[in-house]
Write a protein that binds this ligand. Structure first.
Ligand code: SF4
Length: 490
């Protein structure tokens, strides 16, 4: 005899006629403040309602035709006899949201060398001195990595060169770009190259090559000169000067739209949200990604990760976001990138390829890493963890393993299955589940478990606080709402 489920009611309960007026579609909810709740459905649409209305919805006591009834119906939280296409429409929206999964791996990171001329204490990979060619990618490894890359079914293939300092092995960058371009003459993918570099080894010859192959440049800029040089030491203490000179050359030769920059928040950055943003504005950028430290590699070894807590970073983030919104109100179009990613998830039907905001995690299926020695990692963070000796997320080696062997390995499928937020403990009934994701490497690094207890998770605290903050701004501050809506790209 089948055991009665303690969790679900009988099928008859769900099949009952609409005598009560309406039926519920799947939704989650979370407290916004003392009097309001956010409810979200599986397509990611949200609504802020009062506690009383939430009780009324769940108990099927809403009055048909009332404003809240109509809004809930139009946003697919409830349906009634008039909603003939409600389920189909909800399914369509859900499919649209999940579409990036079908594209499979787009971003392929090639670690051309571990050598670097900087010695940033927060660096997430072990640095090697500039003369150790043993830490360079070889043509044999690169060929295998290119083969692997083109086995992805994705029409959009992005190859990003990472390090160490990727340009210290520029010969390998050239080799990969030329070989992949040749290969693409028959593959016909939408192929794009990005070089992540601190810009210090940049030469005019390198730039000519970048121009020829339409290569994008992504650099690091941590803020004003003193902060940047403090965060990013190099011989001569001139990292800022080097990056300024490099950025100017990139813009002159490749064009302003070919340059991007990323910052990392250190303890010294926490009190400098405005100067950091001002620096980005002054240097002609139209956005900034306020990134916290990651708990990997040197960041843990040197205790930089412990240097401040998530709370402090959130204070920094909110101060920065307030300031950016003010700048927008004064007429400057300037975006905070993480906020924009979340807003796009909240306010459009589209999903994201940003690895940490995907369900399941985007490890390997959105981005994959080929280390200089042929080791394959599920994400850049996995490689960083491996540099500390923890190879939990190493998926194989290019010289020994096949594409199928890697992509169907337990080492990958296990974490993917475990990181579906819809079934992950604590995330499964979280009202922000649709906007969030999972970061198995972060949780493994901080809690020794790929899922992690979200009550103690900095990742969860960060996302939950940001999402609550954004919804309050959207609901309660019309001017801020206008600014935030202008960051949403359809
Ligand atoms: S990580 Fe936290 S905020 Fe994100 S879905 Fe899970 S419980 Fe919600």
């Amino acid at each position: 005899m089948a055991l009665a489920s303690t969790k679900f009611k009988d099928l008859d309960f769900f099949n009952q006629s609409l005598e009560s007026g309406y039926k519920l579609l799947p939704f989650n909810f979370i407290k916004l403040d003392d009097s309001r709740y956010v409810i979200t459905n599986i397509a990611g649409e949200y609504l802020v309602i009062t506690k009383e209305d939430l009780y009324a919805v769940a108990n099927k006591q809403l009055c048909p035709g009332s404003p809240v009834y109509n809004t809930l119906k139009s946003k697919h939280f409830i349906y009634d006899d008039d909603s003939s296409v409600a389920l189909e429409l909800l399914a369509l929206k859900y499919r649209t949201k999940m579409a990036p999964l079908a594209n499979f791996t787009g971003l392929h990171l090639f670690v051309t060398t571990l050598r670097c001329d900087h010695s940033c204490p927060y660096c997430q990979v072990s640095r090697q001195s500039e003369d150790k060619a043993a830490f360079d990618m070889t043509p044999e490894i690169a060929d295998k990595a290119i083969d692997f890359t083109f086995q992805s079914p994705s029409n959009e293939i992005k190859i990003e060169f990472q390090g160490g300092e990727s340009l210290l092995n520029f010969e390998m960058v050239k080799y990969v770009v030329e070989e992949a371009t040749k290969r693409n003459q028959t593959e016909n993918r939408d192929l794009q190259f990005v070089i992540a570099t601190n810009l210090s080894p940049l030469t005019d010859g390198m730039l000519d090559f970048c121009l020829k192959y339409d290569i994008l440049i992504s650099t690091s800029l941590d803020g004003p000169e003193e902060l940047h040089n403090g965060n990013r030491p190099r011989p001569g203490k001139d990292s800022y000067e080097k990056v300024m000179t490099g950025m100017q050359k990139v813009r002159e030769l490749l064009g302003p739209d070919k340059l991007g920059a990323l910052m990392t928040t250190t303890k010294d950055s926490l009190t400098q949200a405005k100067p950091i943003i001002d620096e980005y504005v002054e240097q002609g950028f139209s956005s900034i990604f306020l990134r916290p430290l990651s708990p990997y590699g040197f960041a843990i070894k040197t205790k930089s990760f412990d240097a401040y807590q998530t709370e402090e970073w959130l204070k920094f983030y909110k101060e920065g976001l307030d300031y950016i919104i003010e700048l927008n109100k004064q007429g400057l179009y300037f975006i905070e990138d993480y906020t924009a990613l979340i807003l796009n998830k909240m306010l459009t039907p589209f999903g994201t390829t940003y690895v940490d905001l995907q369900s399941p995690s985007g490890m390997a299926i959105s981005a994959i890493v080929f280390n200089y020695d042929g080791d394959i990692y599920a994400s850049d963070e996995s490689r960083m963890l491996a540099e500390m000796g923890e190879k939990r997320f190493r998926l194989g080696n290019l010289l020994q393993d096949t594409y199928e062997g890697v992509m169907l390995s337990d080492a990958l499928l296990g974490p993917l299955e475990a990181t579906i937020t819809e079934s992950m403990p604590m995330c499964n009934d979280c009202g922000f589940q649709n906007y969030c994701g999972s970061d198995p490497v972060y949780h493994y690094a901080t809690q020794g478990d790929i899922i992690g207890n979200k009550a103690f998770s900095g990742f969860c605290k960060k996302n939950m606080t940001i999402m609550r903050h954004l919804i309050k701004l959207l609901e309660d501050d019309p001017e801020a709402r206008d600014v935030l809506l202008s960051w949403v790209r359809v």
